[in-house]
Design a protein around this ligand. Structure first.
Ligand code: PGA
Length: 245
């Protein structure tokens, strides 16, 4: 049995006040959500207040990015050990916005994934095609040039995020069928490279316009092990609806 993971990707939203008021409303609403793991990824600046606000609760905090060196002259970057020391347990790696606007490639995604694992963080490694018709080729290439480079041991420590770029934000929503087919493809690549047991154990979460209105039917697909949620995670009531499914 794979425990569902519901992760919030706040992207470049919310300052300190917004973070504080989110947790004030969200935490009481999420108290009974014991069936899933909950991870919230605020901006780096709000990690500390998020960690403090969630101390003693089941909610975990993650970062949205990291650099693969531990320290050094890399202006503006933040390392895995720094993120770990700040109280985070997770980090998003290779989000499509980072690939698109900040030049991340399958190779840098692999380096970041390894750095995250070495720092004791759980990376949520994102894959996904820009155009629906390219799904098979893109997922094959992203898997082969990224995740497939991990050792068996490291692979056991990751979560995979399938996020079709065309469905992110205001895009169309992937139907449960389309999302589940893509998850099956990714799991088949995982099986080829890492074996049946490892493929069966890895969690693959779906991201792309997940909302309280479509989450139930997506989650009904046995292939979908949770969500990576952007827009609908900013509001405490709608994110609480997702963790309370
Ligand atoms: P969305 O974003 O839920 O707003 O589509 C998902 C993501 O980009 O992680």
């Amino acid at each position: 049995m794979r425990t569902p993971l519901i992760a919030a990707n706040w992207k470049m939203h919310k300052d300190l006040d917004g973070t504080t008021s989110f947790f004030k409303s969200f935490l009481p609403l999420a108290e009974r959500a014991a069936h899933c793991e909950i991870v919230i990824c605020p901006s780096f600046l709000d990690v500390e207040s998020a960690v403090n606000a969630t101390r003693g609760t089941r909610v975990r905090i993650g970062a949205q990015n990291l650099y693969w060196e531990n320290e050094g002259a890399f202006t503006g970057e933040v390392s895995g050990p720094m993120i770990k020391a700040s109280g985070c347990s997770h980090v998003i790696v290779g989000h499509s916005e980072r690939r698109r606007y900040f030049g991340e490639t399958n190779e840098t995604v692999l380096k970041k994934t390894i750095a995250a694992l070495d720092a004791g963080l759980t990376p949520i490694v994102c894959l996904g095609e820009r155009q629906e018709r390219n799904v098979e080729t893109v997922l094959e290439e992203q898997f082969r040039c990224g995740i497939a480079g991990l050792s068996d041991e490291r692979f056991a420590g990751i979560v995979i995020g399938y996020e079709p770029v065309w469905a992110i934000g205001d895009g169309e929503t992937a139907t449960p069928q389309v999302a589940a087919d893509a998850h099956r493809l990714i799991r088949a690549h995982a099986k080829d490279r890492f074996g049946a047991e490892a493929a069966n154990n890895v969690r693959i979460v779906y991201g792309g316009s997940v909302k309280p209105g479509n989450a139930k039917s997506l989650m009904a697909e046995p292939e979908i092990d949770g969500f990576l949620v952007g827009g609908a995670s900013l509001d405490p009531v709608s994110f609480a609806a997702l963790v309370n499914l």
